[in-house]
Design a binder for this molecule. Sequence first.
Ligand code: FAD
Length: 454
Amino acid sequence: FPAPEPAETLTVMGAGLVGSLLSLFLARRGHTVEVYERRADMRLSGAVEGRSINLALSDRGWRALEGVGIGDEIRQVAIPMYRRVMHDAQGNLSYQPYGHDNQAIYSVSRAGLNRTLLSLAEANPRVRLQFNQQCLGIDTRARHMELRDTTTGEERQVNFRRLFGTDGAFSAVRSAMQKTERYNYSQSYLDYGYKELNIEPGPNGEWLLEKNALHIWPRGQYMMIALPNLDGSFNCTLFFPYEGEHSFAALQTPEQVQAFFEEVFPDVVPLMPELTDEYFRNPTGSLVTIRCFPWAFHDDVLLLGDASHAIVPFYGQGMNAGFEDCTVLDQLLEQFGPDWHRIFDEFQRRRKPDADAIADLAVYNFEEMRDRVGDPRFLLQKKIESKIAAQFPGHWTPLYSQVTFSHTPYAEAWQSGQAQEQIMRRLMPHIQTEADYDRPEVQALVAQEMADRP
Ligand code: FAD
């Protein structure tokens, strides 16, 4: 049994999705947790906020939420999405299930989830939340940080013993770590940005597209997706090049936007009455992958979530990976508490390869969603993979399922997914229809491939 941990006062910088969840995990282990957040308390501004933006939550995220006992509460406001629905340029639909039986990813409101986590943290007597507190910098050696009160502009210095940096992709805590010796850091932007748009609910609050699905309009060099909300609306995200023939740069007027959408997304334009207003009102977001190492500074500072591994959103795993960080850290607290040095070290050693793998997978899935999900050969390949999985249970799990519906470390999932893809490349030239799978010569090839697998 692990030695009982002496309770400490721990500091968490950033009360976004990961920071607020982390504070709950730390408090459950008996620690006092001081949480600082740059923004105002989002629960107080709820009434005036516009439409919620949603995220896809999957098994890794659920496990972490269940770890602090709120899985059931969130499930009540989450919409299961059982399949991808692809919309072609003529408005024809094709379908691809995400998994088998009742496997689904879940659309949840980002703000709703964050608010629930904050309320839960606030209800815990060991957690103290302080809003409007911006971290300007930290002194890693002296263990103090500079905070600015964003309402008064007042600056002060606060000491910490152990600091968890969960202040997102543009982390101030990480910036300070970058100034330490031999620090590795890279950021890489896609040539694509994103724009949030909305599909209105029907007159009676009904969903005007299939509710329990993630919708995709794949168009080769760009795409749009839509996830359902509880009020009958959908949040759409257009992923679009910054420059080029079809790009943000090329659409400068409401007429150009309207004409372009009518041409390439004809089935959805009637459901977007505010399209051009939203297009010009909503900001264009950038898409960045951030890698860095180490994530720990002695046993004093540790980065988690986007602060240590920001990824592009195409696998729907950024938050899930950050939540999984919390699960893994909690397991290490259980195993090695109170040896913080070992905990921080094991954490970064274990998680770094997985963070790198999901970063690569996210870019890979971008190409798949943008180019390949509209291709009948690709959809046939996915059907054949499901047949192999059914024929060899436990010996073949589609890559998407390993990432989304399992707790297999991302790095292992990525490796096995690449090996499976090689097999599919050898098999698919022999397969023209779903029925071909049962032909004796194809079955012989499949048997051979499976026998050769390590
Ligand atoms: P954040 O959510 O960025 O939170 C950081 C917090 O720190 C914020 O509250 C911020 O105000 C605060 N902060 C920042 N700087 C300071 C400072 N200097 N001082 C004090 N506080 C500070 N992930 C999924 O799993 N599924 C999805 O479907 C999905 N879709 C996405 C779609 C898009 C378009 C994007 C951009 C991302 C998506 N993600 C998705 C990724 C997900 O949003 C992030 O991985 C997740 O928000 C990371 O949580 P975090 O708490 O680490 O960082």
